[in-house]
Design a protein around this ligand. Sequence first.
Ligand SMILES: Nc1ncnc2c1ncn2[C@@H]1O[C@H](COP(=O)(O)OP(=O)(O)OP(=O)(O)O)[C@@H](O)[C@H]1O
Length: 548
Amino acid sequence: MTAPPAPGMPAPPVPAMPSPLAHGGAAIELDRVSRSFGAQIAVRAASLHLAPGALHAIIGENGAGKSTLLKLSAGVLAPDAGIVRVDGAALRPATPAEAARRGVGMVHQHFMLVGSFLALENVVLGCEPVLRGGRIDLAGARARAGALMQAAGLEIPLDAITSSLTVGERQKLEILRVLYRGARAILLDEPTAVLSPLEADALYATLRRLVREGHTVAVVTHRLDEVIRFADHVTVMRRGQVVLSRPTIGWSTDAEGELTRAIMGGEPPPRVERPPLPEDAPAALEIAGLTVAGAGGQRLLDGVTLTVRAGEIAGVAGVEGNGQRELVRALAGMEPRAAGRVTAFGVELSSWGIAARRACLGVVHEDRHAEGLLLDASVGDNLVLGDLAALPRGARGRDAEAALIARRIARFGVVPPDPSRLAGELSGGNQQKIVVARALDRVAPAAPGPGEAAPGPGEATRAPRRAAAILAQPTRGVDVGAAAVIHGAIAEAARAGLAVLVISADLGELRRLCHRIFVMRKGRIVATLPPACSDEQIGRAMLGVEAA
Ligand SMILES: Nc1ncnc2c1ncn2[C@@H]1O[C@H](COP(=O)(O)OP(=O)(O)OP(=O)(O)O)[C@@H](O)[C@H]1O
């Protein structure tokens, strides 16, 4: 046993514990790498060096080839031409297993976790430590995972069922999985798209810590403020090519403008502002006492009461998992356990079937894969899903359908503009454009379709008419240009007399677009704030913290 230091004597230095993180970083080099999918060239002769000890940001328009570039770096895809090298040696075979063996791990845009497993089981899945006799050494795995969490600054309840974790926790779990496999290079595809600003800051704190340990970190993102605040090096891709790769120091004072111009190859689009709200605008969407009980009887949505007027854009802010998903599902008629009243221009929706509800509300759910798209169906089919029966009788048929699809593709700039492609083959941002195009163009077409009349506020109707757009995370994963198009369409919907409810983790988006911001916490509306409020005010309401 060591004797305690004598009074007044300095304590002897504590020997530094070796970090449980794998040592050093893996240098990844892409040397004139190309990759096509059929006739589509996703990455074209791209060269890039991802150096250890630095955080690299990869940015660019939707469909520019960023995810493909990351997958090539992690052996998920093999290049058609060119070479991927890890620590100077070619990555052969180009498989995820070989990349992992060489210290490269990837966290995908859509998580790859088994929901019914414990978090710890997901950490060891595929590389389970086995005791003599064949039993899995969960105690050993827990100790190793715990040490890694501490070293990387991650907090994850390892004994929780994975499906009960928040999105932020699942994201951390994916990172822990990669570290557990000894990764020295971590490549993350749009990791912050699903995170609140606070969670995103915490993620970058972890990534910066890994960089300090000498790891290589690369992040694909659409959020330019993150690039400016956290990245050491930025690479811009356009149409499959690397068009710029440079350190982030030395930008002019307008770094965001410079990055936007590099991404778009031209001037950024003008910002969309909220349209004026007429003083006498009538109530269009009224929600009274909307409640959703969970399977265990707990209230996921707890008596939500709010009114959105015709022409108003109302925002909903909140830490993810505080009832936002249930609110959207209940409004869409998808929550059998929902109780309460929802009326559209005075007509109670529960008395109408799902088709009538769909004609009256355009809804975008937060998880486009689970609730928005048929990935194995064509882009065209996805763009008009649920709409064809609602077309006026004289306007049905193949030509009308093709015209509707073409209009939606053009209006929202879906790339490639080919209705026959499978939705699952489009880049994430272009998939997002499809779900937003379908919802918004249904209730607020750019120009009224054949036989359609634009909704005007006020008059009494027998059946519910187009009344509202409910949009959860409408610009998640889309580039600057596409976000401007979507914001423009939201403003048009409001000008056409619809009530618009935007649920978003992007507070800047809410403050710019909305006339009022509701804050949700534990299934309730806990505050209603003006758009001029600060992030701090919204943050305090989100967390239930009283003002000092
Ligand atoms: N599995 C696939 N099959 C067919 N085409 C694909 C496939 N994966 C990607 N592509 C195409 O390759 C191009 C680049 O896609 P990628 O996902 O790399 O873009 P991205 O820059 O990551 O876009 P986003 O920001 O929207 O996620 C797109 O045109 C896309 O449609």
